[in-house]
Design a protein around this ligand. Structure first.
Ligand SMILES: Cc1cc2nc3c(=O)[nH]c(=O)nc-3n(C[C@H](O)[C@H](O)[C@H](O)COP(=O)(O)OP(=O)(O)OC[C@H]3O[C@@H](n4cnc5c(N)ncnc54)[C@H](O)[C@@H]3O)c2cc1C
Length: 392
């Protein structure tokens, strides 16, 4: 019978669990690390249902640095994750992200741009005329300008997840398909996990990497995390208009985003305040038709005639406290490590977060200090907002 004691257990085998396991094994292949995933088909996993966009365009210095590290790693990811001659093939397409700004938010956008540029990021401001010169199909009515990050882009999220997972296993991590019923603990110290089967696995470190299910899992230790699973929909549409020049990933002031998949086919979405909280994955075409379409036509008139292709839905793990990641050991529970509450921008953060959590578990100084995202800030009631008191 296998020894059921591990140096660290990842409770949740999405991109956070697998990236952290990878960084642990990479640093020390003698470690015993388990990744526990309740559904190895990943049907409802947020990583594979995400838009898989990465951007340097954040306001908080640490979020920008997290993305800078992502770009560094993505450049060699296919090769780094090679196992038995098979490369990861993440198809990273750096089409750039264009954030259009209305007059009300232009100053905020420029402040963010200043921080990004001070850190050496390739992001610039475009005037309405420059936007039109590059993308004549866009309307610039009410637009003050836009920030353009040429290195931002999208990739295949499933390939990234499989890359981390397969490489972590290749380096010696154990992948277990099972559901964690509870994180066990004794006198303020984590002791391991109990599975639905009743089986117990032991470790002084358990990472809550359960994505949208993180709050439920944390509750088993009596800890209440300010995280809601919120359903977000992604719609696929096709327009008739011939597109002379490929669009970057576009973000409009109303919150709508669109990404050109190929040819005339687009992926688009928007977060609504009344998106359902819970484990709902049923899409509703009317959300697109009644709440997004007209808005979209205002930004790109060519969307007036389109074909609705389909939709999917996944979960954002929304941090209702300040909209940013919650990272590191929970102050009142030794060994309970958190990688939670990414609020829709976690996919791109897996590289720096995985490395950071692995460093904390190994007790070494982090290369990039992400202490700003410690759960202590929740207990101290000191939120860390991306933009001026708003959740973005
Ligand atoms: C529609 C949509 C678009 C998005 N677009 C982007 C984007 O463009 N860029 C970006 O950076 N981010 C984006 N995100 C956010 C991103 O997907 C997440 O932040 C990130 O993937 C979170 O990874 P995770 O490992 O924490 O969670 P997940 O990938 O959900 O993994 C958690 C895993 O834990 C497992 N699990 C849960 N409970 C248990 C348990 N008790 N026992 C065992 N296993 C358990 C689940 O089955 C799941 O596989 C988007 C999300 C959605 C839904």
């Amino acid at each position: 019978m296998k020894n059921k004691t591990y140096d660290a257990i990842m409770a949740g085998g999405g991109v956070m669990g697998c990236a952290t396991a990878y960084y642990l094994m990479l640093a020390d292949p003698t470690l015993k690390v388990a990744i526990i995933e309740m559904d190895a088909t990943y049907e409802k996993n947020s990583t594979v249902l995400s838009d898989a966009n990465t951007r340097l365009q954040f306001n908080i210095k640490e979020n920008i640095q997290i993305s800078q590290y992502a770009l560094e790693k993505l450049a060699t990811f296919d090769d780094d994750m090679e196992v038995d001659g098979i490369k990861a093939k993440i198809a990273f397409k750096q089409e750039g992200n264009l954030f259009l700004s209305d007059f009300e938010n232009a100053e905020n956008a420029k402040a963010g741009l200043t921080t990004q540029q001070s850190l050496g990021c390739d992001v610039k401001w475009l005037s309405p005329d420059e936007i039109l010169a590059g993308y004549p199909l866009l309307s610039v009515d009410g637009i003050a300008g836009a920030t353009f990050g040429a290195l931002d882009g999208t990739m295949d999220p499933h390939a990234v997840l499989m890359g981390f997972k397969n490489k972590a296993i290749d380096l010696g991590a154990e992948f277990i398909e099972a559901e964690v019923r509870e994180i066990t603990h004794d006198s303020g110290q984590v002791t391991g996990v109990k599975l639905i089967s009743g089986e117990k696995l032991f470790s002084n470190y358990v990472l809550n990497s359960a994505g949208g299910w993180a709050k439920k899992l944390a509750k088993t230790t009596g800890i209440e995390l300010p995280i809601d699973p919120v359903m977000r929909q992604v719609f696929i549409v096709e327009i008739e208009e011939k597109i002379e020049r490929e669009f970057p990933f576009l973000f409009f002031p109303s919150g709508i985003y669109i990404s050109q998949e190929h040819g005339n086919r687009f992926m688009c979405g928007k977060s609504f305040d009344d998106d359902p909280i819970g484990f709902d994955f049923v899409t509703n075409r009317r959300t697109f038709e009644e709440r997004m379409w007209e808005d979209l036509v205002g930004h790109i008139p060519a969307f007036d005639r389109l074909k609705y292709i389909g939709a999917w839905a996944g979960l954002y793990a929304v941090n209702t406290f300040d909209g940013n990641a919650i990272l590191g050991e929970y102050p009142t529970m030794k060994g309970l490590m958190l990688a939670n509450g990414f609020s829709g921008h976690g996919f791109q953060q897996c590289h720096a977060v995985g490395r950071y959590l692995a460093e904390l578990i190994r007790g070494v100084s982090p290369v990039l200090d992400l202490g700003i995202f410690s759960p202590q800030r929740i207990l101290d009631n000191k939120p860390v907002f991306e933009g001026h008191g708003k959740l973005v």
